[in-house]
Ligand binder design. Sequence first.
Ligand code: DC
Length: 223
Amino acid sequence: MSINIAIDGPAGAGKSTIAKKVAADLNFIYVDTGAMYRAMAYYFLQKRISPDDEKTISAECQNAEVTIAYKDGEQQVILNGENVTGYIRKEEVGNMASATSVYPQVRQKLVELQKQLARKNNVIMDGRDIGTCVLPDAQVKIYLTASVDTRAKRRYDELTSKGVSCDMEEIKKDIEERDYRDMHRENSPLKQAEDAVLVDSSDLTIVQVVEKIKDICKEKCDL
Ligand code: DC
């Protein structure tokens, strides 16, 4: 039987950075489910569909085929045969993903793909509903969070280090809006699973969080 580790939490808590490192150390496959929602969102943006147009989005789901592959250990997202990994990190795509992931058709399709991957492989999967909905029987569940101020500062530093000019207050507002939407939607809202371990990364370094999560995994799975 495969071993499944679920990591959920709000945007900017460091889920993907941490999950990638834990996966490499434990020799697990890392599955970034947010990237799947972003690929679908990228498709809707290209088609110029409004995020409010549930009918068209639901119908268009069947035309957007999302799969994942691995290149040099990094997850690649393939949308209708095209590798879109390099196009899905923009704020615009993240906001569209948050807005369109509320629709059941979008979720059904991606959750099925996520379950299949976890059945066949030892995975660390991160997202919003992994412990509560996608992998309710995961051997390890982590809820990774950090304060809004910490997450905004991390995002600000990331963008400015890339030479992108940005405004701290705008970033904070974006994070708060995204949190609200992800936590209050009707379908699979972001929340801590009852059996998840809470890890707050606000005052911890990446290495400290990785070690903490590896310790939890070793304790729970006898790795
Ligand atoms: O983790 P991320 O920022 O790449 O995710 C983008 C959006 O996708 C997020 O705001 C909500 C949605 N999402 C989701 O609904 N369920 C998941 N398992 C992962 C992401």
